[in-house]
Ligand binder design. Structure first.
Ligand SMILES: [Zn+2]
Length: 59
């Protein structure tokens, strides 16, 4: 699990919106991208976010 302190500084690399932890994914409500956490390390890469992007997100 990742710390609240870390969460507080994490932003979506695509749109700079703060991400929130949901179901062990970091979700950007700005653009709908979702970022995985691997071995406790958030993977904040746009291409990863694209892969897990919410299907109902536009743009
Ligand atoms: Zn975003």
């Amino acid at each position: 699990m990742i710390s609240q302190e870390l969460l507080d500084i994490l932003v979506c690399p695509a749109c700079k919106t703060k991400v929130v932890l949901e179901d062990s994914l970091l979700v950007c409500h700005g653009c709908g991208r979702r970022y995985p956490i691997r071995d406790g390390i958030p993977v904040m890469l746009i291409e990863e976010g694209d892969r897990l992007r919410l299907p109902d997100a536009e743009r």
